[in-house]
Design a binder for this molecule. Structure first.
Ligand code: SAM
Length: 277
């Protein structure tokens, strides 16, 4: 199967919007009363959810006049958060059509449809003009993209001189076999986890300068411990949560992810880089 299909098959749910509508109802809200913060637990598909997004994006110095690119935006949760927090315009791009279509509906629900645009495309071959974005970020996407050099050069092309990018991905720390399935891949063939050094080489090779790097291992293990405690305390997952995106294999994917991080095989790592002015 072509890699793109392997990835979109992995993420495609089939009736995602319907399931999110059910969750909204279970919360006691409607599509007219739902708030962007209510959606955070289901539309931020990365370790640490909204807390991680805020801490990560605050390092990019995003301004209201900026046009920001969210690469591999999924449902566009981080795009909406950025638009709402910084007042900027955001374009999100993602390979999985169902995520983009669902994300557009969520933008309309929370009144951000004119500030946030979501497109279906491959991050390694985007149709945007060169130098067209002031900032770009990518959260938990590079684990699905084998060709980091091509990804880095495409990011470099679309960012304007002086622009900044942030990557928050699960990266390889020590050698050893990963337990599968994980949230980003059902099997090893869909996974392209690489080390922070490989990311840095690709980014520097494209022309970026690295300005910061942070390993979020301890934060992620705390996050999982709290998530498990909350779920046990409530007798099950919340009305809106990542279990909706991950389906029936959500518990084993989370267990494997925690095990892979606990064994220090992988960790969520942030890299911030800049294109020379
Ligand atoms: C784990 S989700 C993260 C989504 C989003 N960044 C977030 O944090 O909520 C990974 C996303 O990457 C997207 N993706 C994987 N490979 C891609 C590619 N080559 N181009 C664009 N999107 C891609 C998938 O479709 C999926 O939506």
């Amino acid at each position: 199967m072509p890699v793109d299909s392997l990835i979109t098959n992995h993420y495609t749910h089939g009736s995602l919007l319907h399931s999110i509508r059910d969750g909204v109802k279970a919360l006691g809200k409607t599509v007219d009363t739902i708030h962007i913060d209510d959606l955070g637990p289901v539309d931020e598909f990365h370790i640490g959810g909204r807390i991680a997004t805020q801490s990560f994006l605050d390092q990019l110095d995003i301004d209201a006049i900026h046009h920001v690119l969210d690469v591999g935006c999924g449902l566009g949760g981080s795009s909406r958060f950025a638009a709402n927090r910084y007042g900027c315009r955001v374009t999100g791009v993602d390979l999985t059509q169902e995520y983009v279509e669902t994300g557009k509906t969520l933008c309309a629900w929370v009144g951000l449809a004119s500030q946030v645009t979501l497109d279906v495309a491959d991050a390694t071959t985007m149709s945007y003009q060169s130098d067209s974005f002031d900032r770009a970020f990518m959260m938990h996407v590079g684990m699905n993209i084998d060709d980091k050099e091509r990804l880095a050069s495409e990011l470099y092309r679309v960012i304007r001189p002086g622009g900044r990018i942030g990557i928050y991905d699960i990266m390889r720390i020590e050698d050893g076999d990963l337990a599968f399935p994980v949230p980003w891949a059902s099997e090893p063939a869909g996974s392209a986890v690489a080390s922070p050094a490989a990311y840095k080489d690709a980014l520097e090779g494209a022309g970026f300068s690295i300005i910061a790097q942070r390993n979020r291992r301890d934060f992620s293990l705390d996050f999982f411990a709290q998530l498990l405690a909350r779920t046990a305390g409530a007798g099950g997952p919340p009305a809106l949560g990542l279990h909706i995106l991950m389906g029936s294999t959500a518990p084993v994917k989370l267990k494997n992810m925690m095990e892979n991080i606990s064994r220090n095989l992988v960790a969520p790592v942030e890299i911030i880089a800049q294109k020379a002015a």
